[in-house]
Ligand binder design. Structure first.
Ligand code: PMP
Length: 433
């Protein structure tokens, strides 16, 4: 797939060669390696606002934003100031801090369903822990997840998991004993009839239904009308917990996440990305009677040396403070709508079939002509064509997700000029596909 880059990439190429000798695939997280789009991954030297700067001196407008966290743009001055100040006070204590109380309160104010919150260090860890407490609370073993939804890389959640697995065509991972995965049921996203059938069949054994209330890991797939409300009703009727994984959508689609946007109250919620302001954080929380089961107030064990880390929590608090300012989400919506419209117009003009999905500032352009609603429809997209589009955009300094099956994100640092530049680049890219 890889086409010869028009930019100088000598230093990136050298570093990638060295990295491949030392690190599996040369990367510390698979999708960074450009496997599905081909070509040379760029090694980033620094980032500021909406821009990435690589080791060869190239500049890119960034629509990956560290896969979601950098909603204020890179190195947002207020966040960096806060991190520096926090660092002067020491970087980890292994004892409680006032910062954790502040962040937990801010999270609960934004997500009233999270009556109690536990901070951890990654989304993966938060999901794993939320499922443990869901199982502890219900005294049931099985979980139901949806094809194309990614919930981190813990053993039993890799079944039909979207994201890097979809990109690399890995259905499930070797290394996961069948015994560990046997409690994971999967259903197509947005397919309420299948869910209903599975709930009827497994109701006595289902601890929870977990989903991304706005799917982001097969590219953006919004929930169909009634999907979330029907899940809410079905789970409540059967003593099953409803778990929203809002690692991407939380503080992204609006301050209160997808649950505020659609008016659905889950039992448990998982957050990550934005609440750490670009430092490693995850959080899970929910109904008090469930969360009280977690050690030390209850018997469900979960712990972490760096949980509630003062640097990460400080960055999170400052990020949320900035996001609370008036007009932030309205502006993100306007910029994102303009970008989506411009790209749609460009595709139409070039006669390229394109299906666009978007909720606020998370969006995907699928190279397909039929509507997308789940993994089966999404995977019809022409990934080879996406790869070409990706490289034609990259060559013009636009950094999109290096896979068809990922979301693009905007930040408050993206300007109208940035959007215009991106749309112009899309015109050129589509014309040459
Ligand atoms: N859940 C969702 C919805 C995610 O998008 C991700 C990561 N992209 C995770 C969980 C896992 O988070 P982390 O990479 O921080 O472990």
């Amino acid at each position: 797939l890889g086409c010869a880059p028009v930019m100088k990439t000598t230093r990136s190429a050298q570093l990638f060669a060295a990295a491949q000798q030392l690190i599996p695939g040369g990367v510390n997280s698979p999708v960074r390696a450009f496997r599905s789009v081909g070509g040379q991954p760029r090694f980033i030297k620094r980032a500021k606002g909406a821009k990435l700067y690589d080791v060869d001196g190239n500049t890119y407008l960034d629509y990956v934003l560290s896969w979601g966290p950098m909603i204020l743009g890179h190195a947002a001055p207020a966040v960096i100031r806060t991190i520096k100040k926090a660092a002067d006070n020491g970087t980890s204590y292994g004892a409680p801090t006032e910062l954790e109380v502040t962040l937990a309160r801010m999270i609960r104010d934004a997500f009233p369903s999270m009556e109690k919150v536990r901070l951890v260090s990654s989304g993966t860890e938060a999901v794993m822990s939320a499922i443990r407490v869901a199982r502890g609370f219900t005294k049931r073993d099985s979980i139901l997840k949806f094809e194309g939804c990614y919930h981190g890389h813990s053993d039993y959640l890799l079944a039909k998991a979207g994201s890097g697995l979809a990109t690399l065509g890995i259905p499930d991972s070797p290394g996961v004993p069948a015994d560990f995965a046997k409690h994971t049921l999967t259903a197509p996203y947005n397919d309420i009839d299948t869910v209903r059938r599975m709930v009827t069949k497994h109701r006595k054994d289902l601890a929870c239904i977990i989903l991304e209330p706005i799917a982001g890991n097969m590219g953006v797939v919004p929930p169909a009308p009634e999907f979330l409300s029907t899940l809410r009703r079905l789970t409540a009727e059967n003593g099953i917990l409803l778990v929203f994984d809002e690692v991407i959508s939380g503080f992204r689609v609006n301050y209160g996440g997808a649950q505020a946007l659609y008016g659905i109250t889950p039992d448990l919620t998982i957050l990550g990305k934005i609440i750490g302001g670009g430092l490693p954080v995850g959080a899970y929380g929910g109904r008090e009677e469930i969360m009280n089961l977690i050690a030390p107030s209850g018997p469900v064990y979960q712990a972490g040396t760096l949980s509630g880390n003062p640097l990460a929590v400080s960055a999170g608090i400052e990020t949320l403070k900035q996001l609370k300012k008036k007009g932030i989400y309205k502006n993100l919506e306007a910029q994102s709508a303009a970008l989506a419209k411009g790209i749609g117009d460009a595709a139409k003009k070039a006669g390229i079939p394109l299906i666009q999905t978007r909720v606020g500032s998370m969006l995907t352009a699928f190279f397909t002509s039929s509507p997308v609603s789940d993994w089966n429809t999404v995977k019809q997209a022409d990934t080879a064509r996406y790869g070409k589009y990706f490289h034609k955009m990259l060559d013009q300094g636009i950094y999109l997700a290096p896979s068809q099956f990922e979301a693009s994100f905007l930040s408050t640092a993206h300007t109208t000029q940035d959007i215009d530049k991106t749309i112009r680049a899309a015109h050129t890219a589509f014309k040459n596909l």
